[in-house]
Design a protein around this ligand. Structure first.
Ligand code: GLN
Ligand code: ZN
Length: 758
């Protein structure tokens, strides 16, 4: 019997860890309470896996905040500003900052929505092993009678994802951290007669440079030789790792864990694996998405692999950690039973692994009654998914085959002339990104309305009053292009998903995003269409309150896709196209209703980028195509804006240009004009609104500093091309911060404008 999972979620199915941590952080409880809950959760999660029949169960996949942070602590890689602190105070200060030291940076874990803490290294560091967490968790697990597999993040991935404070090459530090890893492994080796160790090296799924490839062999020869009672499995996921696989097979490791769901090309490593006699940990149940597995197909794949590799040398498991999916379907009371039958969250995935493994190992005939029933349900659900009317919508499919508009009629050069005539905005026009502070009052109103505690009329009156105030303030502040403030939106994807056909929402489908933060992504299960206008009433209401231009706010298809669980029975690009057409209808309706500027946010455009360079052109092609489809109905005089939440455009500038928005707003406040330079370098023609102040902090920027920031931007781009706006939406800020900040921003624009027109 041989099944495994790469890792299990830890936040708790009722988000117990989140609430416990937050109570502790706010001083409502002490750390022993956190430890108590953490221990309870670990135990519960191990037992779930044991009861489901999983053979190799991870320890050290648990974390109070993040596994990369845990690894930094394990190595003693403590940035100077935190030295002197100890234990939990040290740990949470590194994660969240404290009164005197800013938190460490956080960034996305590969192409997932999970964020890790970026370790900060320095050539002056002296590393020292701290194996307590790992050893303790191992012992805890052993007491429960399970076979633990110790998870650690591998040294090469650790260095690839870290940064050096002197900006040097992190790999230069490999010689210093490798002895700590060896020491750790020899401590682990003492724990048992035989110990499985899973060393995660997801960095190996990227396009590795020759220098990186050359590090693999010496590193793993060393690690694999630490002790012969260790069974070292190198795990990669999210893509294939064929280049690294080849090298790893020539080292004395025990096996490789490969992702056959998101890295189908890994199949090309099978022959070499067979020759090397290594053990294969085959990741075949999708750890990143929530659809049921096609069990029969999975068994077929395993059988194919087994024509080359001995069955005894194949373990069956998840493609990656189940951290990226919610816990369990058992709390979903509102999802239709039909949709539910197509879904599989972490706990359900454990059983899928078990069934697949049983059939693969012993044949269908020997399956017990319980698993047979599960298999039948699985087969049935996969059949209904192929034909269910709620998934397959003829009208949508016909429209996709029809001759819809792919892009706007006029070229930018012509459009912008007409727009300047029609819209009459000054040079350095001022605007915002869309949302204004989400007050307690509007949050409550939305909640009460959802629960049916207030009527539609009462709800609308509250939202309208907010819009009235928001418009009045913007007029008073002197902004040029106004917004309605987005008070009716809880979230920029959820708001649209709730009104589109083909989307479902869970009650408890939480997934950890970072630390104690969780998100509940919508599920796109079927063909997407828009039954009726989604934003027109609110935007036209706002427009009726002012003579100035109100910008209509929409979320773009790629962002909706990247922040949802997307159906896997058709290509992502097809789903994206369907969403694009639905948004195009909204653009068209807004325009009809007299809205002159429409912004289509693509906040998550960049995070959808594939991990392999060879796959990027394909992604860019359809992502650009779909942005253009959704703004295609806009006439020349209707100005299209887009917004992206970052500033690193060097690699993607040509793609951004190809999206052909008339105006793009981006985040630049924290980096001066550095990141704008690439726009000038490529001769970018469309207008640009680089953020002139950072909205992530409560600080109120002064007129003077924003004048300086705008002047800096003018060193890079001509005044006729620039807009003035904050970095991002203002929904997380308070009115007391937003009001003076925006007034100062308008003032600053005015000063620079006057200076440059005299
Ligand atoms: N229009 C959205 C807002 O202002 C954009 C949010 C975002 O970029 N993440 O909130
Ligand atoms: Zn943003």
């Amino acid at each position: 019997m041989a099944s495994f999972v790469i890792g299990f979620p830890r936040i708790g199915e009722k988000r117990e860890l989140k609430f416990t941590l937050e109570n502790y952080w706010s001083g409502k409880s002490d750390f022993s309470e956190v430890e108590r809950v953490a221990k309870k959760l670990r135990k519960r999660h191990w037992l779930y896996q044991k009861e489901a029949g999983i053979d190799l169960i991870s320890v050290n996949d648990f974390s109070l905040y993040d596994n990369m942070l845990d690894t930094a602590i394990m190595l003693g890689a403590i940035p100077k500003r935190f030295q002197g602190l100890q234990d939990e105070e040290l740990y949470f200060s590194m994660a969240r900052g404290n009164d005197t030291a800013v938190a460490m940076e956080m960034t996305k874990w590969f192409n997932t929505n999970y964020h890790y803490i970026v370790p900060e290294l320095s050539p002056q560091d002296t590393y020292k092993l701290n194996a307590n967490k790992i050893i303790n968790e191992y012992k805890e697990a052993k007491e429960l009678g399970i076979t633990p597999k110790v998870n650690i993040i591998g040294p090469i991935t650790f260095l690839a994802l870290s940064k050096r404070i002197d900006r040097g090459d992190t790999y230069e530090l490999l010689g210093k951290i490798l002895p700590i890893y060896e020491e750790l492994l020899s401590e682990i080796a003492k724990l048992d007669d035989e110990v499985f160790v899973q060393i995660d090296e997801p960095h190996f799924v990227r396009d590795l440079e020759a220098k990186e490839l050359s590090l693999i062999k010496p590193t793993y020869e060393k690690l694999a030789k630490v002790s012969n009672n260790l069974k070292i499995i190198v795990a990669t996921y999210f893509e294939h790792s064929n280049e690294a696989n080849k090298i790893l097979l020539s080292t004395p490791i025990y096996g490789l864990a490969l992702d056959f769901v998101h890295g189908k090309e890994n199949i090309n490593s099978i022959e070499a694996m067979a020759k090397s006699e290594k053990v294969l940990f085959a990741g075949i149940v999708d750890g990143r998405n929530i659809w049921i597995n096609d069990i029969k197909k999975s068994v077929e794949l395993l059988n194919e692999i087994a024509t080359k590799i001995d069955k005894e040398k194949i373990y069956v498991g998840s493609s990656c950690s189940l951290l990226h999916v919610p816990y369990s379907l058992e709390y979903e009371e509102k999802l239709s039973s039909e949709i539910k039958s197509w879904l599989s969250f972490a706990k359900e995935k454990l059983l899928e692994i078990k069934i697949i493994e049983e059939i693969f190992r012993n044949g269908l005939e020997n399956l017990n009654d319980e698993l047979t029933a599960l298999l039948e349900a699985n087969t049935q659900a996969n059949i209904t998914r192929k034909s269910a009317p709620i998934i397959h919508d003829k009208t949508v499919q016909e429209r996709l085959k029809s001759n819809f508009k792919l892009e706007r009629e006029d070229k930018f050069e012509e459009r912008i002339k007409i727009q300047h005539q029609m819209l009459q905005y000054p040079i350095l026009p001022t605007t915002t990104i869309g949302s204004f502070p989400q007050t307690q009052e509007i949050r409550k109103a939305r909640r009460d309305f959802k629960k049916g505690e207030i009527s539609k009329e009462e709800y609308e009156a509250i939202i309208k009053a907010y819009i009235d105030d928001c418009i009045a303030f913007q007029e008073e502040a002197g902004l040029d292009v106004l917004v309605h403030g987005e008070p009716e939106r809880n979230d920029m994807v959820e708001y649209f998903g709730e009104q589109l056909k083909g989307f479902a929402f869970t009650q408890n489908g939480w997934v950890q995003s970072y630390g104690s933060r969780c998100v509940k992504p919508p599920i796109i299960y079927g063909d997407v269409s828009r039954p009726k206008a989604m934003t027109v009433d609110w935007i036209t209401y706002a427009q009726s309150k002012t003579k100035k231009i109100v910008k209509g706010m929409l979320t773009g298809p790629v962002t909706i896709l990247n922040w949802s669980f997307v159906r896997d029975d058709i290509e992502r690009s097809e789903v994206s196209k369907q969403i694009a057409l639905a948004i195009a209808d909204e653009v068209s309706d807004l325009q009809e209703a007299g809205i002159k500027i429409i912004q289509v946010d693509e906040a998550a455009f960049k995070e959808g980028y594939p991990l392999r360079k060879s796959k990027i052109p394909e992604y860019e092609k359809w992502a650009v195509r779909d942005f253009k489809i959704c703004v295609a109905p806009a006439k020349a005089q209707t100005q299209i804006h887009t917004h992206m939440c970052y500033s690193e455009f060097n690699d993607i500038i040509k793609t951004i240009e190809a999206m052909d928005a008339d105006v793009i707003s981006i985040e630049t406040a924290r980096s001066g004009n550095e990141l704008l330079k690439v726009f000038a370098k490529v001769g970018y023609k469309q207008e640009v609104g680089p953020g002139v102040y950072d909205i992530h902090s409560p600080r109120i920027p002064s007129v003077q500093e924003m004048v300086e920031q705008i002047e800096k931007l003018l060193e890079v781009l001509p005044i006729t091309q620039l807009w003035v706006n904050p970095d991002c939406g203002l929904k997380t800020r308070k009115w007391e911060e937003v009001k003076p900040s925006l007034k100062n921003m308008v003032q600053a624009a005015k000063i620079v404008r006057e200076r440059h027109t005299i």
